[in-house]
Design a protein around this ligand. Sequence first.
Ligand SMILES: Cc1cc2nc3c(=O)[nH]c(=O)nc-3n(C[C@H](O)[C@H](O)[C@H](O)COP(=O)(O)O)c2cc1C
Length: 740
Amino acid sequence: MIRVLLHRWPGLAGLLLVTLLAVSGAALSVFPAIERLASPQAAGGLSVGDLAARVQAEYPGVEQIRGAPSGRITAWWFQDGTPGAAVIDPATGQGVAPVDASPAERWLVNLHRQLFAGDTGRLVMATGAGVMLLLCASGAVLIARRMGGWRRWFGRTRGRLAARLHVEMARIAVAGLALSALTALWMTASTFGLLPDQARAPLFPATTSGQTGIAPNHIAALADLPVAALRDLSFPDPTDPTDAFTLKTDRGAGYLDQGTGEVLAWTDAPALSRVTDTFTMLHTGRGAAVIGLVLGLMALSVPALAVSGFALWLAGWRARPRIRRNASAGRAETVIFVGSEAGSTWGFAATLHRALSEAGQSVHVAPMTAFDPARYRAAKRLLILAATYGDGMAPASAKGFIDRLEHAPALSGVPVAVLGFGDHSFPAFCAFADEVTQLLTAKGWTELLPPDAVDRQSPQDFARWGRALGRTLGLELELVHQPVQPATEALTLVSRRDYGAQVQAPTAILRFALPRAGFWQRLTRRGFAQFQAGDLLAVLPEGTPGVAPMPRLYSLASGSRDGFVEIVVRKQPGGLCSGQLVALEPGDSIRAFIRPNPGFHAGHGRAPLILIGAGTGIGPLAGMIRANRRARPVHLFFGLRARDSDFLFAEELAGWQRDGRLARLTTATSRGPRPYYVQDALRHEAAEVLAMIRSGARIMVCGGRAMAEGVTAALTDILAPAGLTPAVLKAEGRYVEDVF
Ligand SMILES: Cc1cc2nc3c(=O)[nH]c(=O)nc-3n(C[C@H](O)[C@H](O)[C@H](O)COP(=O)(O)O)c2cc1C
């Protein structure tokens, strides 16, 4: 709710206005610093009396002297029938520069304060400041949620690039932006007279001494007043003995006798005027040029936040299929919840929605993040379609669902069915959907259907579940869904290197030419325009005509910067896709698309990397080492069967060791008189491994499930003396696996 109502919609609605405010404000923040540097400053002990005397000596017709918070002194006079004005050097009382602001500054001030449209413009800009304040408050709550609490404000960010950039910038700038917005609102309220903060001059005194001619430096009230406190001193008409000096300081305003210097009347400024002065200083930077510049710099993040925020909204909007005639949450008999990351589960939900609606039901579809049982007043059943990501984690549109479910009471008489979407090649198959099912049971929800799963977006699995649902509801439900695949590209094989023949495990490193990325891909840095080792290549095998093929995922052993697409494939017994790939010859083509896998990226930074892989699992790890041009310390543990048959990347690894991309290589061969596995190698080098982990190393494991389990067991023992466990490192994102 916060994300949508208090952040997304105000952000989209106020995008241009807030950006205009911020950019013009950032440009204006430069002027106080220039003014401060260009204006001669008064010496610490100089009094207003001495200053006024100096100015009067230079300009006998002086009428007014003003002091700005920046330290700038300006004077106005009337001499020989002509008015004059200048910025004054307080040391001499002489004019040194013209008073007028530059045309550029005046133009910017007019734009920033009132859009060249007077009071109406002021109100529009104040609305912009209000939107900015709302965005800051809701944004701060969202950052705290995303990071897992306020204390982790500066923790590591994860997820897509646009989301990461948005959070990284916002968490630095949000305090400054909130301060600018708050002070702007206060200043507008002050300008419109809504605050009792204006220093009012007292009534002009009825009587004066009737004398004239006292020198300003002989007036006690001026001799005691430091120049920094002066706001305005107006000189009396010397030919009119009933006239008086008018003095305004940061403390108040009053009148001084022009014959005796006596204070004739005085009122202190209200306490709130101090707040207004401080807020004005903070907002404009006048009197605090450095703070002004810092706030100006922070304001520059607003256009970038607007662009990245808009890109995030657009990506979500494009990924979610339109559900036509979606019933409202309060009226629907069936409520479908969707947990999706890449968007395909939304397509299944749309098919289910259409089929149930055609059968006469009123159906509401919503992301799992919107789960709020209090709203489903007419619901007779809930259906949850949930994908799984990472190591059994929730997908993007289900973040926070478990927490909400945990804190909500079960709806009596409203049974629930859970359908998991996953991929059997991941060890934690549909683990998130299982977690949801377990929690539903524990919280006492009634089961509508036994939990079921759809493997690799299989239309057949989905149709089978649909028939079971139909039987329970007494409906004829035939769910025909053809998943829409992302646009594929043709990849042409340029070279292949073969291994493993002697150990009955034909394996090939396949290198394809990098296809030219389209305009949209380049703009959004997606697909073949931007990928890295550890992301996935989804390959569509050639299949039976008329049947949509399911993509098979292979870890990428190269990044877009390498200029080619590389994968390592081992021929699986009876494997359709691996068989076709291993049979490719240079010049042959396949169809494929990129699936980002940010959870298995090497990341930036200087912390050491411990890479552990066996067999084809070396692929993404080799790609990461190739990309390690800044020579971050990397220790690779590589498990193979026999050195003379399946030592994949042998030559490159030797070269990378020479040029510093790979600090250390440990191989473990499993064939031979004494089988030796990577987990044995880890135990053998336990002391070094522990030392690296203590110095902040990240562990990345890629390979078969049995190997990954062996590695976890070995690391459990290695970590124990340090009071650490693999689970702790996993929770910190320092131990990641890509297991098949
Ligand atoms: C990076 C990545 C990680 C995945 N992790 C798992 C997993 O741990 N368990 C699982 O069953 N499926 C996993 N999957 C498969 C997805 O859950 C499955 O493809 C799902 O249908 C995607 O739905 P969506 O397109 O709506 O996000 C993963 C897919 C990707 C791309």
